[in-house]
Write a protein that binds this ligand. Sequence first.
Ligand code: MG
Length: 309
Amino acid sequence: MSQKVLKVTNTTLKKMQMKYKEFLVDNQPIGSIFVAKKNNCTITAYQSGKVLFQGKSALDEAKSWEKDSISIKKTNNTKKVTAANYSPPNNIEKLSIIGSDEVGTGDYFGPITVVAAFVSDNKVTTLKQLGVKDSKNLNDKQICDIAESIIKLIPYSLLVLHNPKYNNLQESGMTQGRIKALLHNQAINHLIKKVDENIDGALIDQFVVPETYFKHIKGKPKNFSGPYFFSTKAEGVHIAVAAASIIARYAFVKEFDKLSRKAGILLPKGAGSKVDEAAVELIRKKGKESLRAFTKLHFANTEKAMRLV
Ligand code: MG
């Protein structure tokens, strides 16, 4: 008896279910969407997107779906844990993906915002039409407009790490890499609870090598074992990361404005000399202890501002 496994998208699964409509059987294993028996082949489709073809005509039957399938890596026992295992597949654009990204890690003032967003294969076109793309090519006004329409369309999870808590974690010895990894992981975990569709994988805008990421979060989480993909400039790899990035920047801009009002001065973004000057003004106005509530204290800007005061 021959057998063949294909991995397909949600859309293809639905197509298959239609195509095999008259061959469906009742006896379904756990985790499967449908089982069909056609001629000499049993076709079992799973929620994970995997479809198993078994029987004499399995290879022929599978062949007609091969062009719609997603390449799956052959599992073998000597599977090496290398960066390559986490690189996104060539057809990732067509998959239903959770994307995650963060904003604010390089800004002296303001929080870190992290967003995980889920974009199913059937929403990709709509998001493109709304103008979702790499947020570096968009200004704050465009980002806010786009964010306000996409937050109504897709499931997402937003975390805001405010400055006092950030400073406590940093002083307790946590690196920024670890803080980011924990936030990404938490955002993904929250998001999974909101998604009841098939998830083909999670794509993280890479800030550390995958091995370090999993070390930081102490192994893969139980409720979502992957597949995980990592890529730098992931906004251009799947629109889910571009969407996550836009929502994260939108939240950051809003928090930043709130903070500016609270400080009573217009706080600049980034970590340049304008930022030093604003920090000096803040110290003169509210005392050096106030920095804890507005800044990432361990940045060199703190020392510079203290010297300038
Ligand atoms: Mg990023």
